[in-house]
Design a protein around this ligand. Structure first.
Ligand code: GCB
Length: 601
């Protein structure tokens, strides 16, 4: 699926703003066909936004179930004879969509886009009613998983991930037009041969008459032009597949987000039927032994696990916060981040492409581990993998989440590695069986990038049965925090011993999480947990360990910024492991990291 775009042949209309909004605690709306008229007892909600923090009622903040959104939109008059598409960049965690009285789409998964061709339901120049019922309930058959439990104060949504279950329409909703005969997908794979770059492209087209049975529409041909950042043509080709060569290529590289523009045109004789532009960064990615190579050169990941998380808007995408967060990454000297623990807005990836920031792209499979927590987040009472909990149906939802992530992000040069899960159970035979086919799904979807998953401390070296499938080892470790709390000498010893053991596997190791909760403004001369001094000392200790193990090729601190979680005795106003506060002010650790990563520059 291609992101909506304005081009010579396409137009788009952003449907962000205020929508009509109604919660449906009795689950009555679908049966009562609320989509056929104005929503009953509706209030107003902002899109994009998580609905949770925009209201004052705690019952709304913690609500789970059906959430209705509705608005009308006038289809532009000029779209006569065009294909009209309704596109939602995300609806967390699932949705059904109607245009007037007709259901047009249904989608599972909260962080990837979906769309519907609504051409036959609209008349250019006239208004249509769009109704979306979002559902934010988590079950053992959703990614991420959860369960509804009966408690003495009623039914509660339980889940095993450490961030607040924000929900709603988190990203833009679009109405857009394309010609009937149109470009429907593009895949590029780039390569390097000395100073020459290659761009292998595959174009899919759809729609229009198809007299010759080629699927390309009536006599339509595909032509592509590759232009450099100044707009000068550097290569061109024809046909639905081909390889363009770029002499003296300007590579996309960490810190140098150089992008070419690939224009794909669908032609009917000399006439352009459809035109679409794709940004292309020419770079290679390879795992060789225990090295991670970008453009053939060893790359060391420096950065963070992050969250889409801000005051008031929750998980909504916002361009001002995007620019500011990347500015902080640059300030501190980070060259990369992981989209922990779900696919981020595609705007984030486009900005990373543009700035040369490297991304580990993760699915929303977080919390598939009932062993985690021991009272912290509480997995007790369940078995992770069983016919009644995470089962074959869950794995199919998970597989689809991987396919949709790759389908959306495959052309982003910033993405160098897929993470198919965060901290799942991985020490059991059931886990091995669950995950083996999912690595195949990821590799079939994208044979060009390495694949991994993030291993939890509960499955240390020698016990993990899933890391054998990964191209890299991604480890979350909390020596000096959840274990050896406050004892950094013991932490250093134990951390080093474990990493030495993993290094023997001969794969690159990326420490995808290490961190200590830190209450901003809390100081202690003798570094004690929760103080700013302790966070600095904890990071120093961790860095001494990393610098002593050659196979460690990456350090991603947990977390970039403080973030919202469910309440509990382990969390003080949310998770405080940020090196920036939630409103993006630096803790002492931010300055310490800046010294390490920028070396005083
Ligand atoms: C982890 C999880 C992350 C948590 C973090 C913590 O291992 O991957 O989601 O927020 O630990 O702070 O406990």
């Amino acid at each position: 699926m291609l992101r909506p775009q304005d081009t010579a042949t396409r137009e788009r209309k952003r449907l962000d703003g205020l929508w009509s909004f109604a919660l449906d605690p009795d689950g009555a709306g679908r049966g009562a066909r609320w989509h056929t008229g104005p929503l009953p007892s509706a209030s107003v909600m902002a899109v994009p936004a998580s609905f949770n923090d925009l209201v004052t009622d705690p019952a709304v903040r913690d609500y789970f179930g059906d959430i209705w959104y509705q608005r009308s939109v006038r289809v532009p008059r000029g779209w006569a004879d065009q294909r009209v598409v309704l596109n939602l960049e995300s609806a967390t965690h699932r949705a059904v969509v109607w245009v007037n009285d007709t259901q047009v789409a249904e989608h599972e998964g909260g962080y990837t886009p979906f769309e519907a061709d609504i051409s036959d339901l609209v008349t250019p120049g006239e208004e249509v009613r769009i109704t979306v019922v979002v559902n934010n309930t988590l079950s053992f058959q959703s990614i991420p998983p959860g369960a509804i439990e009966e408690t003495s104060s009623g039914r509660k949504q339980r889940y095993w991930h450490d961030f607040f279950n924000y929900a709603g329409l988190h990203r833009s909703v679009w109405l857009y037009s394309t010609p009937r005969s149109h470009v429907s997908d593009i895949t590029v794979v780039t390569g390097l041969d000395g100073t020459t770059g290659t761009v292998q492209y595959t174009v899919e087209t759809a729609g229009g008459a198809d007299p010759d049975g080629t699927g390309r529409g009536s006599g339509a041909e595909v032509a592509v032009v590759l232009r450099d950042a100044d707009g000068a043509e550097v290569a061109h080709g024809t046909g639905t597949t081909g390889t363009l060569t770029v002499p003296d290529v300007h590579r996309w590289a960490p810190g140098d987000g150089y992008l070419y523009d690939l224009e794909v045109r669908l032609l009917d004789g000399a006439a352009t039927v459809d035109s679409y532009h794709l940004k292309v960064g020419v770079r290679t990615v390879e795992v060789r032994g225990s090295e991670f190579l970008i453009n053939g050169e060893p790359f060391a990941f420096k950065g963070f696990g992050m969250h889409e998380d801000h005051a008031v808007i929750g998980k909504a995408h916002n361009d001002a916060h995007l620019v500011h967060d990347f500015e902080l990454l640059r300030w501190i000297g980070a060259n990369s981040f992981r989209t922990s623990h779900y696919p981020y807005s595609e705007d984030v990836l486009e900005h990373a492409d543009r700035l040369g920031v490297v991304v580990i792209d993760e699915t929303a499979a977080v919390g598939l581990n009932m062993g985690l927590g021991g009272g912290i987040f509480g997995g007790q009472g369940y078995t992770t993998f069983s016919p009644d909990t995470a089962n074959d149906a869950t794995r199919e939802v998970h597989a689809q989440a991987i396919r949709e992530l790759v389908a959306r992000d495959k052309n982003h040069p910033c993405v160098v590695l897929w993470s198919i899960a965060n901290e799942p159970e991985s020490e059991t035979e059931a886990a091995e069986e669950y995950f083996r086919p999912l690595f195949d799904v990821a590799r079939r979807a994208d044979p060009t990038r390495p694949v991994g998953f993030v291993n939890v401390m509960l499955a240390p070296h020698g016990t993990c049965r899933v890391s054998q499938f990964g191209d890299v080892l991604m480890l979350n470790r909390y020596y000096g925090w959840y274990v050896n709390t406050g004892d950094l000498a013991a932490a250093e010893h134990d951390f080093k011993a474990e990493l030495d053991a993993w290094a023997g596997d001969g794969k690159p190791i990326i420490i995808t999480e290490y961190g200590a909760d830190t209450y901003p403004g809390l100081h202690s001369l003798v570094p004690e947990p929760w103080s700013e001094e302790y966070q600095v000392a904890y990071l120093d200790m961790s860095h001494r360990v990393f610098d002593s193990v050659d196979a460690v090729v990456g350090e991603h601190v947990w977390n970039f910024a403080d973030f919202a979680t469910t309440s509990g005795i382990m969390r003080v106003g949310g998770n405080k492991k940020g090196v920036f506060t939630r409103d993006r002010q630096p803790k002492a650790a931010a300055h310490a990291l800046r010294r390490r990563w920028r070396g005083g520059r």
